[in-house]
Every structure is written in structure tokens, then in C-alpha cells.
Design a binder for this molecule. Structure first.
Ligand SMILES: [Zn+2]
Length: 274
């Protein structure tokens, strides 16, 4: 129950106005969306690693903690925080069809480039903030520019290579920075990936994370040029990085006195029982 409450709070903080609460129906918890759609929290299926990726529920999506610390090596076997996505949630927030998503794209100026990005849930706003931060970073550390430009794409309505699942690029919430041969686990060896992870600019990764993006370099199935707007993964990592301490309130870690968080906490306790 503690993890359920924390995960709901994380999602309400990450997607305010989109995730509006939680409901219990026959003892099963459902996330409630602005549209009224309910998304099952935990399907209680025993899943292999591959099944968690291909058929994730909300609980699976938030299960693996994303490290906000710097890494200098490849993540351990099958540690892919944020690579699990719940499509029902993405459909609700960013659009459930190509046409619906196209209507939500806006142009973000990124260096000298103009990139389409989804305007919902603060995604395009976050990329705009990163563009400003990247300009400062390049002024300070000119070699960073070689890792940024030319970028290799944001919105692209396509599936993930080797799967029939939509890529986060299809929702307009991911960006690939300047790409080379050694960035993607399907085409590059773990050794080549790790070598690139070691030299990839740490301040650039931090800039993205500060603005709600996760880095594909922190996946065992690495995708080093890939950054994806996933504020729920970053918020969970920031406030609830470890297992809950049952002696403390379930929301221990967040600032429970600040609005709107204090209101979310009361609402979650009312819906699920305290
Ligand atoms: Zn990508």
C-alpha cells in the first residue's frame, strides 16, 4: 500500500491536472485521468523482464529506481529504469493517435534547430529550458557542442526497432542528440556502449534530468543519444529513491507542507484509506 500511495503521488506531481486521483474498485487500485479514464495500477501478473517491458502496468513502470547520480559504467543486467512505459497513460496525456499527437506538437528552438515537441504536461516547455541551459553549457564547455548537434530527431511516428510498440518519439516526448555508431544496444557491443557512457558529458545529462528527462545511457539496454521526458521517473528518483520505512509516514521524502503536494496526500489517503 505504501508503494501504491507513493506511486500515485509521484504521478499526480509529475502530471498535475492529467492524473487527477486514485480509485478503489473491488479492492483494485486505478489511476484516474482527467478524461475519467481509469488505468489499472497493478495487474498482479507474474512477468519476466521482457514481459514487463512489453506489457507494463503502472507498478512495473515505477518499480526500478532511476539513479540521479553520475554513472561511469553500463547499468547491471536488465536494469532499465524508465524503459517500461504504460501506453494507456501516454495516450491519455499526449494523444492516442497520430492525428491527435500532431495537433499537440509545437516548435522548440534548440540551438539553430527548430524541433517539434509535444506541448502537453510541460514537455515542450522542459525542452525549451534545456535549450537555454545547453547554450550556457556550450559557452562554458565548448566540447559539449560535439555531443549535441546536429540532433537526430524528436517527433517521429514509428515503432521501436524490433518491436510492434510505439516509440516515445511517436508521442513527441523524446530527442536523440548527435548520434554515432556506438550508442544503441542492438547495434553496439556492451564494451563500446560503456566506453561512450564514460566520456558522455555529465553536465549535459544532469541538465536533462533537472528538467524531467531520463537518459537512455542509464539503461542496461542502452540508447545513449536518447533523452525522454518522463517526469514521474525523475520525481520518484528524487523523493522516493529507497524502500519505504514503515515507521515513517508513507510520503516521507516530499515536502508535505507545500501546495499542491499536501492536497494530493490528503486526497490519496481519503481514496485509499490511511
Ligand atoms: Zn531516441
Amino acid at each position: 500500500m505504501i508503494t501504491l500511495k507513493r506511486d500515485v503521488l509521484v504521478l499526480m506531481m509529475a502530471y498535475p491536472g492529467y492524473v487527477t486521483g486514485v480509485d478503489l474498485i473491488d479492492h483494485e487500485a486505478f489511476l484516474v485521468m482527467k478524461s475519467g479514464t481509469r488505468i489499472l495500477y497493478d495487474d498482479r501478473k507474474k512477468k519476466s523482464f521482457d514481459e514487463k517491458i512489453s506489457d507494463a502496468d503502472i507498478q512495473d513502470m515505477l518499480e526500478t529506481c532511476y539513479p540521479l547520480t553520475e554513472i561511469d559504467a553500463l547499468m547491471g543486467t536488465n536494469v532499465d529504469p524508465g524503459r517500461t512505459r504504460v501506453y494507456a497513460l501516454l495516450d491519455e496525456i499526449y494523444g492516442a493517435s497520430k492525428d491527435a499527437i500532431l495537433k499537440k506538437l509545437v516548435t522548440v528552438e534548440f540551438g539553430a534547430e527548430r524541433l517539434p515537441f509535444n506541448k502537453e504536461a510541460g514537455a515542450a516547455r522542459a525542452l525549451t529550458a534545456i535549450a537555454a541551459g545547453a547554450a550556457d553549457l556550450v559557452a562554458d564547455q565548448p566540447q559539449t557542442e560535439d555531443f549535441l548537434f546536429p540532433t537526430s530527431g524528436t517527433f517521429n511516428y514509428r515503432v521501436i526497432a524490433g518491436t510492434d510498440r510505439l516509440s516515445p518519439h511517436a508521442y513527441g516526448i523524446a530527442i536523440d542528440l548527435k548520434s554515432g555508431a556506438d550508442g544503441y544496444w542492438r547495434w553496439a557491443s556492451p564494451e563500446a556502449g560503456e566506453k561512450l557512457i564514460k566520456v558522455y558529458p555529465k553536465d549535459l545529462v544532469r541538465l536533462f534530468e533537472k528538467n524531467g528527462f531520463i537518459w537512455g545511457g542509464k539503461w542496461n539496454h542502452f540508447d545513449i543519444f536518447h533523452f525522454e521526458y518522463r517526469p514521474e521517473i525523475i520525481i520518484k528518483a528524487r523523493y522516493f529513491p529507497g524502500s519505504p520505512d514503515t515507521a515513517e509516514p508513507w510520503y516521507q521524502g516530499v515536502n508535505a507542507d507545500s501546495e499542491p503536494v499536501s492536497g494530493y496526500i490528503i486526497q490519496i489517503d481519503q481514496s485509499l484509506g490511511s
